[in-house]
Write a protein that binds this ligand. Sequence first.
Ligand code: GDP
Ligand code: MG
Length: 718
Amino acid sequence: MSDIVPPEVRPKPVVPAKPPHVGAPSPSSPYPPQGLGAGTGVSAPLPPSAIPVMIGSHGISHAPSHTPSHIAVSHGVGVSSGGHGGSHAHGGSQGSSGGSTLLGYIGIDTIIEQMRKKTMKTGFDFNIMVVGHSGLGKSTLLNTLFKSQVSRRSAGWARDEKIPKTVEIKAVSHFIEEGGVKMKLTVVDTPGFGDQINNDNCWEPIGKYINEQYEKFLKEEVNITRKKRIPDTRVHCCLYFISPTGHSLRQLDIEFMKHLSHSVNIIPIIAKADTMTIEERQDFKQRLFSNWCAARAVDPVHCTVATVLEVLQFLLDSGRSHSTLRVYVAAISSLHNRVDGATVGRHRLVSLFLRGALRLRPPTAMRAPAWDLPLVLEALSSPPFEPLGQVKLKWLSMKAAFLLAITSAKRVGELHALSVSDTCLRWNSDGSGVTLWPNVAFLPKVLPRNHLNQPIQLARFDPPSEEGGYELLCPVRALRAYISATADIRQSEQLFVCHGGPNRGHVLTKQRLSHWVVDTITHAYRASGRPPPSGVRCHSTRSVSASWAALRGVPLGTICAAASWASPSTFSWFYRVNVATPHLMGVVLRPSSAVRKELEMGGIEYYPQKEFDEDMEDKSDNDKIRESMPLAVVGSDKEYQVNGKRVLGRKTAWGVVEVENPNHCEFAQLRDFLIRSHLQDLKEVTHNIHYETYRAKRLHGNGGLHPVSTNDTQESNL
Ligand code: GDP
Ligand code: MG
């Protein structure tokens, strides 16, 4: 791509941008942006309408109501191109050829501070587009990201909303300020995308919009009298929302990303990574009751208890369980007027009905896990399980078996069939993970046909070093250590072999393997001074790990495939247990790997693209991001009290999913990446790559500037 990089190439932003030796950065803004989108370091006064309105000293403020002119595509705060800062720096360094030491202080390093001041004065633009069908949480996520109502919540979820016939494109600008840095944020929403029965070519209007912004910019650039600062309406980032419930990517998702990944920075995310919230279920149930009443011309607020009982009887007849009926009763109660001074839920007849329902439909599934996963993981991170290189083979064997069981969600029979032979075990050449195939000859006969020979893919778990200790839970690391420790004693190719006694090195029985897992749990409890739970079975690792995966937004179909379950209902009825305790296990189980595989297999590119990495540091930072794409996120504007703190979250049947807790979802990772580390890069790639591709094509290929055609989007995918 080097041939299309324009002359104005700016230095790569490094995050956090702390100026060395030039005073501390503003405490309220640890990550001030460096430079500006279309040029670095030239100030220009803000137009009067662009004066930000501060609410609080450090908080982000937005002022849509103060700036009515911005509720439209009104891109006022552009930045000029140029590079004063750069030329100063250049002049300063000329005298010291080959990096020789300066004899006295010149002050070159103050350039960073000078640039910072200019940026503070000027502010910068950031244009973000959200794409995905209605109700996927686009508006909510944007509001959560910018801690502000930057996106008006659509009523898209409501049944009665009129779905637009085509994709509409709406841009709304806001001025937000933090730590003295001003940002003009333009949110481009695309309501109607993917909402039709036939969604063919749904991406076209969006591509057209993106190109129109390039065209506008180009026209301004080639004007004889150029504006000092060209208004920048180009889309710097497109958040593409993938549905959390689909078993895989939809054709529409693939089409969109394939067509537009070369025109705009696409960041795919899995939206609404939690399950349905309690509130939504109530909402749904209320709606059912209201519809029932409407169909019979009965008033849902004032109807008799008999009508309520009739609805409950209908629900019972249609197979609803006692606990489900209770949720319906709660939902109806919150809607219905009181009867004899009490809610309908407390009415004697309703209580009697529920008691009868309980007798008729006793609960069948165990809902709470028999043991505490975080507690066991804690134990695995300390002696006698660590340091791994020095521990006895017994502890190493137990740890490897437990981590494999919990991260693969496989039956003990399948784990038992794993083998170290070359045909059954392959390490990724880059050390990123390992794939294990069971030896078919050892597999139990009861396994469903379609699950025979399904591999286990384990990725290396390599969290940032500040999250100390979590790497000790990497299953790939444990497996590698186990295989190397058993190499000399091994008498069998089966992965797990006896670690002691007369059969040392010989194949282990399935029962012994189960014991290892159960013993690990028992040991962890004893080590923490708690009595071990009774009746724990190795099999329970399947339910615990799968429930974590579901909490993290892995589609049920993917979980079922991984765990060899025939249908999602097997999982939800028998295995889904309460795993609300926040823990890193959610991170260990890579939720989005299935979708990422699909993206890879489909040859779909997304930001940050490998080919745009500028150096090794860039590559290693971006590799980490690419490995965790698409991020599974949860958005919310509601706060809940958790451990004495108020946190943004969503209440689910399993507890509160905390938006900013990295163990619950990847929102924090998305925010850090989008705003704190890559915001400037998004703008640079837009300018240097996407816009430049467009510009080169328009100027060279077209023999001058002619009106842009709708089909240019596709053609510009060079
Ligand atoms: P949009 O049409 O894509 O802009 O979606 P909205 O942001 O208007 O959200 C639609 C509905 O989804 C609202 O009821 C939100 O409360 C809900 N919602 C938004 N984000 C999430 C999420 O992360 N998890 C869950 N469970 N619901 C969400
Ligand atoms: Mg919306």
